[in-house]
Design a binder for this molecule. Structure first.
Ligand SMILES: Cc1cc2nc3c(=O)[nH]c(=O)nc-3n(C[C@H](O)[C@H](O)[C@H](O)COP(=O)(O)OP(=O)(O)OC[C@H]3O[C@@H](n4cnc5c(N)ncnc54)[C@H](O)[C@@H]3O)c2cc1C
Length: 495
């Protein structure tokens, strides 16, 4: 009889496991997904013909295997190509909006920058940068120290502080310096300068940019109709090859016996529960929920750490504007401290096919929040009105231009690296002890994984399962290597 793999979650990680198993083995994959959608955080939401991407997903990876895989699913085409199932090569243009002016991102030293900042602030930036280059803060205890040491006090206050604090909801001085090391190591004023010269000699057609910092990447792939298009195509392939995808089913428990997970408790939309027997379990559900659902003897320290794992949630307000806004960006970091708006996506510029009528501008206003807080609890109508007011307040629209809108709430968009995370090793030791249980993906590993990392973790997990290896260490190496550490986002959050 065929062995069965229960895969929790139909995001990039879960789908990759299923696809790998079908191609490489005769194990039967069963994906259990609690929502009605394919793609997890990387899905596309269609509102009245206008498509929203939760965040704005660049398809870029330093792994050739992942880049090739994406292009096998959706081949690259040029704008205007009539084929539907294709990917576009897009140019990244993202700027910072601060003091009612646009600044290039990554920040480039040029006359426009100096003009926008003014003589006084520019001088202060230069002086404080020079001071910290000679006298860095030691020891480097907080994220604030980390940024100031690399950028100087004034540049940090101008371009990093407000946005980072909007994202995480806590002061940079209260965040660990390790966070900066994971997300922004390798990005500095000197590197930004070096990058500027490098881009001047780079070919304008290549999408292979292995040696370029991730945050500085200028071109990326993007499915014609948003990221969900690619993941829906993967799910179709899985079903054609015999995999099973159960939408609107939620995993609520795992039964264990000695060092194995034996079956998984699944709840459908009507609240009916049933058990699914499993030879392997691959989990991309939040670690917090997984541990809470394990019917096993869980050490007290593990239980407490898992309960206290923190997350940051996310809310996007889609607004349809009845004219073409003069915005060239894919997204804009909103650094203005008087609004809660964190980032503005211009979906037209990700792909013109995201918008039903290209005479309109379809934007996504991104708010970082925590479930239960003031923003999260607002009614949709309230939140939409709030978002319109904020965009008008910073001078980007007139409220009368907005003709449609929608609100999307996304739970656990960002796994947090504080609280229970400090004891994550205990959790990992406990879950890794179950021989046939593999933690994969972003919330599945409580790691700031992008799509490619989630897929690479899935591939690593399948390797281990098929080799019957009990050593899970290779799985945890994904997105932990120096190459990845050194490549994260300058202003701390991309996705
Ligand atoms: C704002 C933002 C921007 C981003 N930008 C980028 C980018 O530009 N490039 C990039 O590569 N990545 C980006 N990412 C990251 C990307 O979204 C994730 O890496 C990727 O979606 C993670 O895939 P996953 O399968 O690990 O997890 P998820 O996408 O979270 O999928 C997990 C799935 O599990 C399901 N699930 C959860 N609990 C249960 C349960 N109990 N039972 C059954 N199902 C369950 C969920 O519903 C979900 O569908 C961004 C993320 C965000 C939030």
């Amino acid at each position: 009889m065929k062995k069965v793999a229960v895969i929790i979650g139909a995001g990039p990680a879960g789908l990759t496991v299923a696809h790998q198993l079908l191609v490489r083995s005769d194990v039967q994959p069963i994906i259990i997904e609690k929502t009605g959608d394919i793609g997890g955080l990387s899905k596309t939401v269609n509102h009245n013909g206008n498509r929203m991407d939760i965040g704005g997903h660049r398809f870029f990876s330093k792994s050739d295997r992942i880049m090739d895989y994406w292009q096998q699913i959706l081949p690259v085409a040029h704008l205007g190509d009539e084929r539907e199932d294709t990917m576009l090569i897009r140019e990244r243009i993202s700027r910072i909006y601060f003091n009612r002016a646009f600044f290039d991102y990554p920040i480039e030293l040029n006359w426009a920058l100096l003009r926008n900042l003014g003589v006084l602030r520019s001088a202060k930036i230069g002086l404080t940068y020079a001071r910290r280059a000679c006298f860095p803060i030691k020891p480097e205890l907080s994220l604030q120290d980390f940024y100031i040491n690399r950028f100087g006090d004034e540049l940090y206050n101008t371009f990093f502080k407000a946005y980072t604090e909007k994202v995480w909801g806590i002061p940079c001085s209260a965040m660990s310096a390790d966070w900066g090391a994971q997300r922004a190591k390798g990005v500095s004023v000197m590197r930004a300068l070096a990058h500027f010269f490098k881009t001047m000699v780079q070919s304008s057609h290549s999408i292979a940019q292995k040696r370029v910092e991730t945050s500085l990447i200028r071109r990326f792939l993007y499915p014609k109709y948003g990221p969900g298009q690619l993941w829906e195509a993967v799910a179709r392939t899985i079903e054609v090859q015999g995999g099973i995808v159960m939408l609107k089913h939620m995993v609520v428990g795992l039964q264990t016996s000695r060092q194995h997970v034996t079956r998984v408790l699944v709840c459908n939309e009507q609240g009916e529960q049933s058990w699914v027997e499993a030879d392997y379990v691959f989990s991309s559900m939040p670690v917090k929920d997984l541990v809470a659902g394990m019917q096993a003897e869980i050490p007290a320290a593990v239980k407490t750490a898992a309960q206290q794992l923190p997350y940051r949630d996310f809310l996007t307000v889609g607004l349809l504007i009845d004219r073409t806004l003069p915005l060239i960006d894919t997204w804009i970091y909103i650094q203005e401290p008087e609004v809660k708006l964190g980032r503005l996506q211009v979906f037209n510029n990700w792909s013109p096919y995201m918008v039903a009528d290209c005479r309109y501008t379809w934007v996504g206003l991104e708010y970082f929040c925590t479930q239960g807080d003031d923003l999260w609890q607002r009614s949709d109508a309230d939140m939409r009105a709030f978002a319109v007011r904020e965009l008008a307040r910073i001078g980007l629209i007139d409220p009368s231009w907005v003709v449609d809108g929608t609100v999307l709430r996304v739970e656990k968009a960002y796994p947090g690296y504080w609280g229970g995370y400090e004891h994550f090793d205990e959790i990992r030791k406990f879950t890794d002890g179950y021989h046939n249980l593999f933690l994969i993906g972003r919330n599945g590993m409580h790691r700031y994984n992008n799509m490619d990392h989630s897929m690479l973790s899935a591939i690593a997990a399948v390797d281990l399962a098929l080799k019957n290896s009990h050593d899970k260490a290779p799985l945890w190496c994904v997105n932990a290597e120096k190459e990845y550490h050194e490549s994260r986002e300058q202003s701390s959050v991309q996705g």
